[in-house]
Design a protein around this ligand. Structure first.
Ligand code: MF3
Ligand code: CO
Length: 247
């Protein structure tokens, strides 16, 4: 569970690839661009930088990334949907390098975004930042969950606890889970060298979700409310934290 230097170097390399894909996707996500183009971009970058997609063929998943648009919550399969002005989507990317995994999701916006949507995206990003900021040896998973749920409460959003964060390393999903709610000082204690994913999901309304029966992957809100998901892979350092999916 504690990573050695070589493992961390490999994770940083995987994280670089993920961050490159996020950066380029934001640049090219203009009205009229198809989600299939975003999947192609990921395929191309993963190959170019010598990584492996963690998502392709994962339990039969058919693409390199997940693209979840507007009221799609997570696990949206890239399809020939042309992005429209005012859309936002979560681009979830998992890459391994030399066997070490990084998993991160960025919110990509298309043109001018409505005020109501801006507020949801801001709150979701703030929750992730608040949770990351308190990471250090001795902090607990309860502390992280508390930061996420209290940020949601502050803005009046619901949090999903059906889909949550996780530890990561040689595998994309490792124990324990990293919940989006918790009590300060409770739960698993963090140690230097641990790596895990924090992934708040905020819903602008009722938190009832369902998996689309047509594609068996896309998680949607029951009543069509917007939802936002964001994720970073974090390393616990001697004095705090480091984001591993960065350029
Ligand atoms: N990032 C997602 C997670 O943390 C993984 C995507 S699921 C896949 O669970 F099927 F697309 F791989
Ligand atoms: Co994840």
């Amino acid at each position: 569970m504690i990573k050695n230097n070589q493992e961390l170097e490999d994770m940083k390399r995987a994280g670089f690839i993920v961050a490159k894909i996020h950066q380029r996707a934001q640049e090219i996500s203009k009205p009229g661009v198809s989600l299939l183009k975003i999947n192609e971009l990921a395929k191309e970058y993963i190959k170019k930088y010598g990584g492996k997609s963690l998502f392709l063929n994962y339990e039969g998943y058919p693409a390199y990334v997940c693209t979840s648009v507007n009221s799609e919550v997570i696990h949206g399969i890239p399809r020939d949907y042309k992005l429209k002005e005012g859309d936002f989507y979560t681009l979830d990317v998992g890459v391994s390098y030399n066997g070490m995994c990084v998993d991160a999701a960025a919110i990509i916006t298309v043109g001018k975004i409505e005020e109501k949507t801006k507020k949801l995206l801001k709150a979701t990003k703030e929750a992730l930042n608040n949770a990351i900021k308190i990471v250090k040896p001795g902090a607990t998973l309860g502390d992280i969950g508390y930061e996420i749920s209290s940020t949601a409460a502050k803005y009046g959003y619901n949090v999903s606890n059906e889909y949550v964060g996780h530890f990561i390393g040689k595998n994309m999903h490792e124990d324990p889970l990293v919940l989006n709610e918790g009590k300060k000082g409770e739960g698993f204690k963090l140690k230097e060298g641990m790596t895990f994913c924090i992934e708040p999901i905020f819903i602008d309304g009722d938190e009832d979700l369902f998996v689309d029966p047509l594609d068996k992957w896309t998680v949607r809100t029951k009543h069509g409310e917007n939802a936002a998901h964001i994720e970073h892979t974090i390393l616990v350092t001697k004095t705090g934290w480091e984001i591993l999916d960065k350029l």
